[in-house]
Design a protein around this ligand. Structure first.
Ligand SMILES: [Ca+2]
Ligand SMILES: [Ca+2]
Length: 717
């Protein structure tokens, strides 16, 4: 009968009771209930637990007092030390970490596991899209936001903001699969309310999917099921920090006048002319043209919600006593929020963020981010209960991972309550966060940072309480989008060099588990040029070299929709000018490149083929997915490093060349046969390896590797 013995070294900041919570145990009882089994103290901070009749399990270590590790998987006896490293034998007492030792046995390539078997999210690569801007499968759910409507030369409104939908996404899942991605991150699908809410970040009801995304035969459940049927995981984007400016349906109301009574200066009641909004600016798709249907709105509001669709009957503003509709009457009563009148059970009471607040922890976390991002009292039990339960339902529907928005605007330990509640509800759940920083983001550790550690990405990946010492706490199990690495791309790949990359990678130790970070070249908010505002502007070969780095370095690669064809290259990521519409931005509608007539051209693009092959290579080599980077050297036009994943026996030497061909040399690696996944070249090493890499290509020499993976393209060759 197999037995599994797990040892755990208590980090200094943890309580002295240690638990192991486990699930998916093979050939044993399936799972423990949180916080799990209490481990037996062995002295010198080591704890032990033996599982009889079990040969593999997933687990989380915790102290029952709020500290916990990331999810772990173990299939043999092991010692998990306070630095978060597994060993097959008991580690010697603490000493400086030596270079990676000679690996024992070396496997070749991973097989292709099914979705259910893929418990480690580092095996995935992510395609990120704004559902409304991707592919329109059902024109009947299209909807124009009030703001930024685009008109054609005939004066007709075109390009509805809510255009792409689940039906279209389902129809194009095979496109994403063909490109090689195994996970899709979609923008928040819950019901929204705002003058510009097509992106989903202004939630009004977390318990409902926005009807503008669904069709009768293409609900959220249909999307999840269709993705799973293709081996693709769904990552749901979740906003915890704020609600829209109307409150939350059925929970809390924020005072407003109904927008159908708004009449701009120079206009008349019932005569507003604004594309699909004719007569007034109330929601044109709703019978009574109102903007909210909150049962907590006052009686006078609800009465108008259910009638007077024209917005022309006299209504007394209860706040001022004035009668509307009246041209030019205070727009703030329709579109603004009175921060003094917010319900303290649901909202913070500190007003709106202004200039000096952006690098200061308390105002950043307690004030409202914007007029339509009203800061929730996230520490209150009612807020926690509402948000946690709402998202649990989507986890039950099959959502595989969560991406948390605006992380730095919620205090870390408070936010970890949400993250850990979801991970407890769905053991093994991968959750990562967005902590936007332009720069290295090392906080109090220097690097020219003018903000404190407590609002920086690394802080949220850790459990310690010392802003100057990341190692004061272990891994929080809440990795972040790698804005630090992203920020360096402005000065590296955008200028055709890797110079400076080693500097940022040399700080990998500050993160709880750097191999879980989500890496990217750009996204819907930022791009790696000048002031971080534009879709990547650089030459195509620079982008190719950037992807070579992102796909072979530590972290989980994430591509923003359209990058595969340099879509909207150089455009601002978000609306910039006073009159910009979405079609002038990086959030333009992508579906024209995915139609039956155009998709072949899209799939022939050199970067499409490039990313497709990088996904193929990464999926075949566990070291590229899971190992840290060692033996790192970088010299501007080239770099090399080792990815050594002892647990799977996968070992790869990577050489990268940007701008010109490079000769790569490395010492101190295991002797044996190495095969390049890019060229298929085979080399014998006696501890030294030397090889050449063509310009903007990569050499990926895998110990006992399978040889060439995929076909040569313009860059990988
Ligand atoms: Ca649609
Ligand atoms: Ca907040």
């Amino acid at each position: 009968m197999p037995n599994l013995t797990i040892h755990f070294e208590r980090p200094a900041t943890w309580a002295e009771t240690i638990y192991i919570h486990y699930w998916n145990a093979q050939h044993g009882s399936a799972a423990s209930t949180w916080p799990g089994i209490r481990m037996e103290a062995q002295g010198n901070n080591w704890y032990r637990c033996q599982f009889v009749g079990v040969n593999a399990l997933h687990c989380v270590f915790n102290d029952g007092h709020g500290k916990q590790t990331a999810d772990q998987f173990r299939s043999s006896n092991g010692w998990y030390d306070a630095n978060g490293q597994w060993s097959a034998t008991k580690p010697a007492p603490r000493k400086p970490i030596a270079h990676s030792s000679t690996p024992v046995s070396r496997s070749v390539v991973s097989h292709s596991p099914s979705l259910a078997e893929r418990a480690d999210f580092r095996e995935e690569t992510i395609y990120f899209l704004l559902t409304t801007r991707f592919y329109d499968g059902d024109p009947t759910n299209n909807f124009f936001c009030r703001d930024r409507i685009e008109f054609n030369s005939a004066g007709q409104p075109v390009d509805p903001h809510w255009r792409g939908d689940f039906k279209g996404l389902i129809q194009r899942l095979d496109y994403i699969r063909d490109l090689g991605f195994t996970a899709i991150w979609i923008t928040p699908p819950v019901e929204n309310r705002s003058g510009l809410d097509y992106h989903g970040y202004h939630a009004y009801d977390w318990t409902r999917i926005d009807p503008r995304l669904e069709s009768p035969d293409a609900t959220y459940q249909h999307l999840i099921d269709a993705a799973h049927a293709r081996g693709i995981k769904i990552i749901q984007d979740v906003v915890v920090n704020h609600s829209c400016q109307y409150g939350i349906r059925g929970q809390v109301h924020i005072d407003h006048l109904p927008i159908k009574y708004y009449v701009p200066h120079g206009s008349e009641p019932g005569r507003v002319n604004h594309g699909p909004y004719q007569g007034n600016l109330g929601n044109y798709a709703w019978e009574n043209r109102d903007d909210i249907d909150n049962p907590l709105a006052p009686a006078w509001y609800q009465e108008r919600h259910s009638r007077d669709p024209e917005g022309i009957e006299p209504l007394i503003d209860p706040k001022t006593g004035e009668t509307i509709p009246k041209a030019g009457y205070n727009p703030g009563r329709f579109f603004g929020v009175d921060a003094q009148m917010l319900d303290p059970n649901w909202y913070h009471q500190d007003g709106f963020i202004c200039g000096g607040d952006w690098e200061s922890t308390n105002p950043l976390q307690q004030k409202h981010l914007a007029g339509d991002c009203i800061d929730l009292a996230t520490e209150r039990p009612n807020v926690k209960e509402y948000l946690i339960n709402a998202i649990n339902r989507y986890l039950d529907m099959g959502v595989d991972a969560l991406r948390i928005d605006t992380v730095k605007h919620v205090e870390r330990d408070n936010l970890l309550e949400y993250v850990n509640a979801w991970k407890t509800h769905k053991p093994g759940l991968f959750v990562f966060g967005e902590n936007l920083v332009k720069g290295y983001g090392w906080g109090d550790l220097g690097g020219g940072d003018n903000g404190p550690s407590q609002i920086r990405p690394w802080w949220y990946t850790r459990l310690g309480d010392d802003p100057r010492n990341p190692e004061s706490g272990g891994d929080s199990g809440f990795p972040q989008l790698d804005f630090g690495l992203f920020s360096t791309f402005r000065d590296t790949v955008s200028k055709g060099t890797y110079a400076g990359t080693a500097h940022i990678l040399g700080m990998d130790w500050i993160y709880g588990d750097v191999t879980q970070l989500v890496t990217f070249l750009q996204n819907h908010d930022v791009g790696p040029d000048n002031d971080f505002k534009y879709r990547f502007k650089g030459e195509q070969w620079m982008a190719a070299a950037a992807y070579n780095l992102i796909w072979t370095a530590r972290g989980i690669p994430c591509l923003y929709y359209g990058e595969e064809i340099e879509f909207m290259k150089g455009a601002p990521q978000d609306i910039e000018g006073e009159r910009d519409t979405l079609s002038q931005t990086g959030r333009a509608y992508f579906g024209d490149h995915l139609s039956d007539d155009t998709i072949a051209t899209t799939q022939a693009h050199p970067l499409y083929r490039h990313i497709q092959r990088l996904n193929l290579i990464r999926r075949a080599i566990p070291a590229l997915q899971k190992a840290q980077m060692t033996h790192l050297a970088e010299w501007g036009s080239g770099m090399r490093f080792v990815r050594d994943h002892a647990a799977s026996g996968s070992f790869a030497v990577v050489g990268l060349a940007i701008g010109s061909a490079q000769q790569i040399a490395i010492d101190g690696i295991p002797a044996g046969i190495y095969r390049d996944a890019v060229t298929g070249a085979e080399l014998h090493s006696d501890g030294h390896l030397s090889f050449s890499v063509k310009a903007n290509s990569a050499g990926i020499y895998v110990f006992n590797g399978p040889g060439k993976i995929g076909d040569d393209g313009v860059y990988l060759r």
